[in-house]
Write a protein of this length. Sequence first.
Length: 199
Amino acid sequence: MDDGVRIETFQGQAAEPYFEDLARLRIKVFRAFPYLYEGDLAYERKYVSTYARSPQSLFVLALDGEKAVGASTAMPMREETEEFQRPFRAAGWNVERIFYYGESVLLPEYRGGGIGVRFFEEREGFARRSGAYDFCCFSAVERPQDHPLRPADYQPLDAFWRKRGYVHRPELRTEFSWRDLGEAEESLKPMSYWLKDLR
């Protein structure tokens, strides 16, 4: 990992000094394929603040000096929105026993040095230590192979996720709405889940 970067973790409101950093990181990183997110700072501030209301939420921040260069989040699935809970409830899963990873965002110049691995280790370790969860999971957007904005050198993160022990469960699907780059209005995007069994 980059020697100049330190990893710090916060729960709930303790992360509030970094909410603005996280909002800006999400806008910057998610502009790239596959999310192509046309960010809105007002929405981001509202989104990020939801984590402050959960005492079991987790922020993992990568800090270069006092500058946040990366962040990942997690919270109990039961406290996530209905869109994210729906496929699990429909399939008969107990959402009380699932720890949901929000985003994992890192500025491009800091990638490849192990920070992304630490983001997964910190969140999974937190879930295991709590003893409250049987599964960790996250969702990922699905884009067609022939998407016009797909870069020629794009490498999906599937292999990285599998190496961490996560299994794709494409039957667990939801949709979430945001505005793509160049879109005038929001549109629904298909999302599917990756899970790791902690038992």
